[in-house]
Design a protein around this ligand. Structure first.
Ligand SMILES: Nc1ncnc2c1ncn2[C@@H]1O[C@H](COP(=O)(O)OP(=O)(O)OP(=O)(O)O)[C@@H](O)[C@H]1O
Ligand SMILES: [Mg+2]
Length: 344
């Protein structure tokens, strides 16, 4: 139980007045009424004196603490001095406040540390990803300069390889720029009524060769024949579908099935991209949306991935006030889903 300064003052004053009264009973000639007056007056006087002394002490200490807080320029320490002084137990209140404050600061420091670590890893990843195609192209060009240029067959092969590396570099830089623009909120979404059914068909057409190379079949499943009208940025939502469908083809099985489905809800459509590939192991599921994260580095690399696709998808959908979710079962396949608002 915490005692307020008043209760403490009253108890002490009671004790003093009782002691005085007891002491006076031993003095000859002291009447009952005199005892009563002495007891009451000593109770009142000591009560106020003690209360005054306690408050002066508390004020002094609280003031000292406040000066320290002021010196440390702790701006976000919100509690006011009067709130503390008026409290029954000012030191406990101050202690609690400081505890909350320190816990909050600790969390902020952890977050900053995490960001710093993230930044360091990101820098290392970017340099690593840039290094690979640059070194490859550099190697081919130097071999050509060193004489391979004279052999027509070798020349064409090496030039094609150098061009491929540089194309990869170009794609990587474009993805990085897109990602940083999305993260800083530099890209504004242009929402309009779009037919996501038609967009899916366009993406299928674009990815025809990729699908053909892996003998994958691409299908749409929808209860509603024809147009599915949603509110979205057509260019960005095309990018989302392209990456999800391309991933389903690339990381699915040879001869696999990719199905895009639309399910109607009251105010939204659920869009799902499903494959029947090898799936994503559960321990990787919540990391695949991180920049440069690839489940099987060697396999994804050989299929041309840099691990930026899903990070971009996540940002684009966030800008659509939506969220991407993934479900995957080993050897059964993977489903990526998100919701989009229906067009009015
Ligand atoms: N449908 C899928 N089935 C299995 N694994 C997948 C699937 N989709 C994504 N992944 C895994 O998640 C990783 C991250 O995918 P993401 O699209 O971000 O990068 P990427 O495809 O490797 O490169 P990018 O899209 O930048 O070309 C992939 O490397 C792959 O390992
Ligand atoms: Mg991808």
């Amino acid at each position: 139980m915490s005692l307020s300064p008043r209760v403490i003052a009253f108890l002490l004053a009671g004790l003093i007045s009782a002691l005085t009264a007891v002491f006076l009973t031993f003095v000859e000639g002291v009447t009952r009424s005199m005892l009563f007056v002495v007891a009451i007056s000593s109770l009142i006087v000591s009560f106020f004196l003690i209360l005054y002394a306690i408050e002066i002490l508390v004020y002094r200490e609280v003031n000292k603490l406040y000066k320290t807080i002021h010196k440390l320029r702790i701006k976000d320490f919100t509690i006011s001095r009067t709130t503390i002084i008026k409290n029954n137990n000012p030191f406990k209140k101050l202690n609690d406040e400081i505890f909350v404050y320190v816990a909050r600061k600790q969390k902020e420091i952890e977050e900053l540390r995490r960001l710093e670590q993230f930044r360091r890893e990101f820098l290392a990843d970017v340099s690593h990803e840039l290094k690979t195609p640059i070194f490859a192209a550099q190697g081919f060009v130097h071999t050509l300069i060193d004489g391979a240029i004279d052999d027509e067959k070798v020349r064409d092969k090496f030039l094609a390889k150098a061009a491929k590396s540089l194309d990869g570099l170009d794609a990587l830089v474009k993805d990085l720029v897109a990602l940083s623009q999305l993260e800083t909120g530099e890209v504004k979404m242009h929402f309009e009524t779009v037919d996501i059914y038609q967009i899916t068909l366009d993406v299928f057409e674009q990815l025809e060769n990729t699908a053909h190379a892996r003998q994958a079949s691409l299908k749409i499943k929808s209860e509603q024949p024809g147009g599915i009208l949603v509110k979205a940025d057509p260019q960005r939502i095309t990018q989302v579908l392209t990456n999800l469908i391309e991933n389903a083809i690339k990381y699915g099985n040879n001869g696999g099935k990719v199905v895009v489905s639309f399910e109607e809800e009251k105010k939204q459509y659920i869009v799902q991209v499903r494959d029947n590939g090898p799936g994503i192991p559960p321990e990787h599921l919540n990391r695949i949306f991180e920049r440069f994260y690839r489940v099987d580095k060697s396999r994804s690399k050989e299929r041309g991935g840099t691990g930026l696709g899903l990070a971009i998808v996540k940002h684009i959908l966030n800008a659509h006030k939506s969220k991407i979710t993934v479900m995957s079962k080993p050897d059964k396949g993977t489903v990526f889903s998100f919701k989009l608002d229906k067009a009015d």
